[in-house]
Design a binder for this molecule. Structure first.
Ligand SMILES: CC(=O)N[C@H]1[C@@H](OP(=O)(O)OP(=O)(O)OC[C@H]2O[C@@H](n3ccc(=O)[nH]c3=O)[C@H](O)[C@@H]2O)O[C@H](CO)[C@@H](O)[C@@H]1O
Ligand SMILES: C=C(OP(=O)(O)O)C(=O)O
Length: 420
């Protein structure tokens, strides 16, 4: 079991290369199911979730091969329509194979993903939307059995909540449906636009990405394409918090302000400067950190995936802050761990009240999910003394080379492997 040992108190300065987005790359890989020709994806991050998706696509019969630095070639025929429990339980994004399998093979058997550390995370909106497109769905033995013997038919789907995953599943399914599909109240996250652009490069007819209403004119077949995964806006926001909490100065190479509006506004409110440069975003802090109030919302609001990282930063800001989490019902698992490091954070229902403290102190802490893990690293970077972070497999799911990237900018962090 690996863990990180962080000795805090170092100011970060230098450059960090932002990787391709986990939350886009995974979906673009799934799009490879929509045609037998090669989909060549570049700027794919080197993280555990991408390896899990390689495994799942291979189990479905596709060939997934590296063909250059950070480049994957995906192709071949679907040989199995079953996404088994052991993969889906590792990574919830596996549910996204449901729509493409139905579109291509007219049947699919996908394990129900179940909840995780941040919430119950049902998939009812995915299933209801596929029913509008003509699929018949049965749940049995923990599996979704779906079929559309006459093929999927275009339809008008109104999502009661702008779910990212449901939008992506339905969008992919609709590309090969017969006729026109409209997805109303579609999610507007930049990753949806990335997926729509990739699907269009494969011959799909998708318009309206980013507007809240997606219109998809079904086509008979898609073809191979080459596409570059967008930069990871959450990784970029996370390292921006590392500059903020350490009073540092980082150039986040490849970071794009266009995807980070609410995050940048909030950084500036806390006293962290963000400057767009030709190669990316420069983030620095020279004055004090100030408390702010944050409410997580669907894009273009403040992202839930940045909530834990801001909480670490606000734990050492001047004055009081509040954070209200509206997307997931249980995304405060990092609170007790931050409090063990000396933070003063009080949960109250869906909100927390944070009273900024002058300093945190290093402690052994455990990660509970991906972003919570990084909030503990951020706290460790600012704390006095040594922080030991265990359970870092959560972090490996979505962040590439954390110790390498941080150490290159002056952090005292090492990854150690403990023998049992
Ligand atoms: C792999 C990936 O891209 N993950 C992201 C994706 O997750 P994911 O696609 O799971 O997020 P959703 O937008 O679907 O979920 C948001 C909320 O809607 C609820 N819901 C969702 C679907 C459904 O059928 N029924 C239902 O009730 C969920 O339980 C959750 O409370 O978007 C989230 C919200 O920006 C991000 O935090 C995740 O990092
Ligand atoms: C919640 C996240 O991912 P997932 O949906 O894969 O659990 C995340 O990226 O913060």
């Amino acid at each position: 079991m690996d863990r990180f040992i962080i000795r805090g108190g170092k100011r970060l300065e230098g450059e960090i290369e932002i990787a391709g987005a986990k939350n886009s790359g995974l979906k673009l890989m799934v799009a490879g199911l929509l045609c037998p020709e090669r989909l060549v994806l570049s700027n794919v991050p080197q993280i555990a979730d991408i390896r899990t998706m390689c495994d799942l696509l291979q189990r479905l019969g596709l060939t997934v091969e590296p063909c250059g630095p950070r480049t994957l070639s995906i192709g071949g025929e679907i040989a199995s329509i079953e996404a088994p429990y052991d993969v889906v339980s590792k990574m919830r994004a596996s549910i996204l194979v449901l729509g493409p399998l139905l579109a291509r093979r007219r049947e699919a058997r996908v394990s129900l993903p179940g909840g995780c550390a941040i919430g119950t995370r049902p998939v009812d909106l995915h299933l209801k939307g596929l029913e509008v497109l003509g699929a018949k769905i049965d749940l049995e033995g923990g599996y979704i059995n779906a079929s559309a013997p006459d093929g999927l038919k275009g339809g008008r789907i109104i999502l009661p909540f702008a779910s990212v995953g449901a939008t992506e599943n339905l969008l992919m399914a609709a590309t090969l449906a017969d006729g026109r599909t409209e997805i109303v109240n579609a999610a507007r996250e930049p990753e949806i636009e990335d997926l729509a652009n990739c699907l269009n490069a494969m011959g799909a007819k998708v318009t309206g990405a980013g507007s809240g209403t997606l219109v998809i004119e079904g086509v008979k077949a898609l073809h191979g394409a080459e596409y570059a995964v967008m930069p990871d806006r959450i990784e970029c926001g996370t390292y921006a918090c590392a500059a903020g909490i350490t009073g540092g100065d980082l150039l986040l190479v490849g970071g794009r302000a266009q995807d980070l509006g609410a995050v940048i506004r909030t950084l500036e409110e806390t006293g962290v400067q963000v400057i767009e440069e030709a190669r990316g975003l420069r983030v620095r802090r020279t004055g004090p950190l100030r408390g702010v109030d944050i409410v997580t919302e669907p894009y273009p609001g403040f992202p839930t995936d940045m909530q834990a990282q801001f909480m670490a930063m606000l734990a050492v800001a001047e004055g009081a802050s509040t954070i209200t989490e509206t997307i997931f019902e249980n995304r405060f698992m990092h609170v007790p761990e931050l409090n063990r490091m000396g933070a003063q954070i009080k949960p109250q229902g869906r909100s927390v009240i944070i009273r900024g403290v002058e300093r945190l102190s290093g402690a052994p802490v455990m990660a509970t999910d991906l972003r919570a893990s990084f909030s503990l690293i951020l706290a460790g970077l600012a704390a006095e003394g040594e922080t030991q972070l265990g359970d870092i497999h959560h972090l490996d799911r979505g962040y590439e080379g954390v110790d390498r990237k941080l150490a290159a900018c002056g952090a005292d962090i090492e990854r150690v492997t403990l023998k049992d």
